[in-house]
Write a protein that binds this ligand. Structure first.
Ligand SMILES: [Zn+2]
Length: 288
């Protein structure tokens, strides 16, 4: 193996190591995906689970003090119902049900897109528990994407409570979320909350890292990218890419447009290149 190859492999390994130990990059926001869930006021806990009943903790959530309870309910709408919908604790002053739009279609209801807690005039829904059922006149919403952060994070990003930002997410299906509201409190931990429809749209899983873009910056960025709009849609490439070099690196994987990459026997594939191929959904095979 020549010196240059060795240096490249060492470089990639070192790059991978430093990625694992260093703190998140400056504009990084970890993303958490919220599945459908219910918040209940104490009277509603009793109506569904029996007099004097209190929610019991199953696991802590990432935001301090919040927990997933052991208790679940059936959420029922005119067209269908969804079983085992988790109740989040502690009990709140208002009962609220957060579902995805896909859930709403299954239920046969039309909830508005709202910030958590803003339920006035939202959709009605039925909840069924082991000891009773209730109909909420309002309280069913699709939750608007938002970012929780502590004051320190806010000053680091240069944003304020209530401001809207854009979050970009790279990956096999890159997406950006616009109108994402910043919520600042010293009780919060830095985290963006999206629902399962938003996550599925971008192939986003728990802990995926997004990039915060300020609105002013975004306009500048948009102006820049408009100059580079391709004249035609990218064509689908079905033929495998014939890779000729002795070492397939991470950079190579990223620069190859084709889905399938064909290698000579004995070609070295770095561990990072393998990871990236998996991440981008590319297949690597060897020439017979
Ligand atoms: Zn949240």
């Amino acid at each position: 193996m020549d010196q240059q190859l060795i240096e490249r492999i060492v470089g990639e390994v070192l790059g991978q190591l430093s990625k694992d130990v260093s703190p998140l990059p400056a504009h990084a926001v970890p993303i958490a995906v919220s599945a459908r869930h219910v918040h209940l006021k104490p009277e509603h806990v009793e109506a569904l689970f029996g007099k004097g009943y209190e929610l019991t903790k199953r696991s802590d959530l990432s935001q301090p003090g919040q927990f997933a309870s052991n208790e679940t309910v059936v959420v029922a709408g005119p067209k269908g119902s969804i079983e085992r919908v988790r109740i989040l604790g502690p009990a709140r002053s208002l009962s609220q049900v957060e579902v995805s739009f896909t859930d709403a279609m299954k239920l046969g209801v039309k909830p508005p897109l709202r910030e958590s807690g803003d339920i006035e005039g939202s959709a009605g829904i039925t909840l069924i528990g082991p000891k009773g059922s209730i109909y909420l006149e309002e309280g069913l919403i699709v939750a608007q994407a938002h970012i929780h952060m502590a004051p320190d994070d806010a000053s680091r990003f240069g944003v304020q409570n209530g401001e809207y930002v854009t979050i970009e997410v790279d990956g096999v299906r890159p997406v950006s979320f616009r109108n994402v509201k910043i919520r600042v409190s010293d009780r919060y931990r830095l985290e963006m909350h999206i629902d399962t429809d938003e996550a599925n749209a971008g192939f986003i899983s728990q802990g995926t890292i997004g990039r915060l873009v300020k609105l002013g910056a975004e306009k500048a960025e948009t102006a820049k990218t408009e100059m580079h709009v391709p004249q035609s849609a990218p064509r689908l490439v079905n033929k495998p890419y014939e890779f000729k070099k002795k070492l397939l690196s991470n950079e190579d994987i990223r620069s190859i447009q084709e889905q399938d990459i064909l290698l000579d026997k004995g070609t070295i594939v770095t561990a990072l290149a393998k990871d990236t191929a998996r991440e981008l959904g590319k297949t690597i095979s060897f020439r017979k």
